[in-house]
Design a protein around this ligand. Structure first.
Ligand code: UT7
Length: 329
């Protein structure tokens, strides 16, 4: 029997219908389509009017299981990457299991901000590789609009809502997750955070009045760390697996800023055609960006394609996954 690897065998996304364009935002805050497009690459983002993160995640998982013809009762483990859980507890993963009917699964959330899907995929793959489980669902979802201040032009133009889910199954053909490098540095927490609502600063009249429940970001500082670390970790995973730029079929980058994506691709020696980009349509959906890219590009992926998934986010957290795509659409 060959070595068991954890392969993605299906992917499905969900984005809310309502679109918030750059022009719409220019009516709310002092900004312009020109500024947002040139600084970030974003043209529009999706906004969830009613419902929570678990509703987007459940919609993605239901569609995924339907298209694969899999009974929800077959799923053994569900991991959700999110920083916008429905509640501090219970976990959003528990709620998604209930909404989808995955009654035999155990489940938990991973909080690693924009690296949430990388962290969840890496940990989920361990349960397949060990032989413990045969069917694991990994989700990246965020309803960023629930923690965005629409009076703050430095953050409200960036983020959007969305979810993506993948199914992991054992593979003995040499495809699936080959390697991962994950990093974190809590010293970066001051630059990107939601200050209030946790045990350090519980909700009070004062925290609400001071708008402390919204995302606060020092954009330039985060940008510098993101450019360096996302490019470094992507190059590192190529080097340690002896991959040249010719070997890599696709870069799947976190969609935070087109300039960060370009810098990462350049460092890896990749041309634009090999880079998945959908930031113009969805903005930054935090844990949702990577599975939403896989969903959008699924029809172009071929069995054996070499993918490098790479992200950087709040925490700081960052990392890269090297995987070989396991199926033709
Ligand atoms: O996904 C998690 C990780 N997050 C990231 O990776 C985000 C990293 N950071 C970024 O992507 C960029 O720093 C931003 C897109 C957030 C900001 O772009 P920037 O080129 O770094 O702009 P800046 O913060 O240096 O601001 C430049 C100017 C400032 O005005 P002054 O001081 O030069 O007069 C800002 O006040 O642009 C101003 N500005 C805006 N102007 C119009 C900031 N936001 C806006 C806006 N519209 N929305």
């Amino acid at each position: 029997m060959g070595k068991i690897t954890a392969a993605i065998t299906a992917v499905q996304g969900y984005v809310p219908e309502h679109i918030l364009s750059n022009e719409d935002l220019a009516k709310l805050v002092d900004t312009s389509d020109e500024w947002i497009t040139s600084r970030t690459g974003i043209k529009e983002r999706r906004i969830m009017k009613d419902g929570a993160s678990s509703d987007m995640a459940a919609a993605a998982v239901k569609a995924l299981l339907e298209k694969k013809g899999i009974d929800p009762l077959e799923i053994e483990l569900v991991i959700v990457g999110t920083v916008t859980p429905d509640h501090p507890f219970p976990s959003t993963a528990n709620i998604v299991c209930d909404k989808v009917g995955m009654k035999n699964a155990w489940s938990y959330d991973v909080n690693a901000a924009c690296s949430g899907f990388l962290y969840a995929l890496s940990t989920g793959s361990q349960f397949i590789e060990s032989g413990k489980h045969k069917k694991v669902i990994v989700i990246g979802v965020d309803k960023m609009t629930s923690i965005i201040d629409y009076q703050d032009r430095t953050t409200c133009v960036i983020f959007g809502d969305g979810a993506g889910a993948v199914l992991l199954e054992p593979n003995e053909e040499g495809n699936g997750v080959m390697d991962f490098i994950l990093r974190s540095d809590g010293a970066g927490r001051q630059y990107l955070q939601q200050p209030a609502g946790g045990s350090a600063m519980p909700a009070s009249v004062e925290t609400v009045e001071n708008r402390m429940h919204y995302v606060k970001q020092e954009g330039q500082a985060v940008f510098k760390f993101a450019v360096t670390n996302m490019a470094d970790v992507s190059a590192e995973i190529m080097e340690r697996n002896n991959l040249s730029s010719d070997d890599v079929s696709w870069l799947v980058p976190h969609q935070a800023n087109l300039r960060i994506i370009d810098a990462t691709a350049n460092r890896m020696g990749l041309t634009k055609e090999k880079v998945m980009i959908n930031i113009q349509r969805y903005g930054n959906t935090t844990a949702g960006t990577l599975p939403l890219c896989l969903w959008d590009y699924e029809s172009q992926l071929k069995k054996g394609d070499v993918l490098i998934l790479s992200a950087f986010g709040g925490g700081f957290t960052w990392g890269a996954i090297y995987l070989k795509w396991a199926y033709n659409s």
